[in-house]
Design a protein around this ligand. Structure first.
Ligand code: HEC
Length: 95
């Protein structure tokens, strides 16, 4: 992929989501088993699907159980499947 693509993604990410953590090794398997790649996928899915109707809530704004319940209500508002939902869940709780 072209470097410009990464540059644009970086700018977009930095501009809209300064509050959102970017997954790193220290988040791997923290609460729920998840690889770094899975956390990065969850991060991207969260960014791209959960901020269309309202501002993106911070991962720390809900408890782990709270996120489970919230996702049960919010995922049906998106076109995401259960696998993608679980990726988002793991991103949110491995903060
Ligand atoms: C189609 C629009 C829509 C999409 C897409 C959407 N939401 Fe929401 N969300 C809402 C509305 C409307 C509310 C407030 C009313 C309610 O609680 O149902 C809300 C409320 C919330 C709240 C606050 C709940 C509370 O208890 O205070 C959280 C957290 C949330 N959404 C997370 C998410 C996440 C995570 C996603 C992505 C999986 C998402 N939303 C996608 C419409 C949406």
């Amino acid at each position: 992929m072209k470097p410009i693509f990464f540059a644009l993604v970086f700018i977009a990410t930095a501009a809209c989501t300064s509050q959102l953590y970017v997954p790193s090794e220290k988040n791997v398997n923290k609460v729920e088993p998840a690889t770094l790649v899975e956390l990065q996928q969850g991060h991207d899915l969260y960014l791209n699907n959960c901020g269309t109707c309202h501002k993106l809530p911070k991962p720390g704004s809900q408890t782990d159980i709270g996120w489970k319940k919230t996702l049960e209500v919010m995922i049906p508002k998106t076109k995401l499947n259960s696998e993608q939902s679980y990726l988002i869940f793991r991103y949110l709780v491995n903060r």
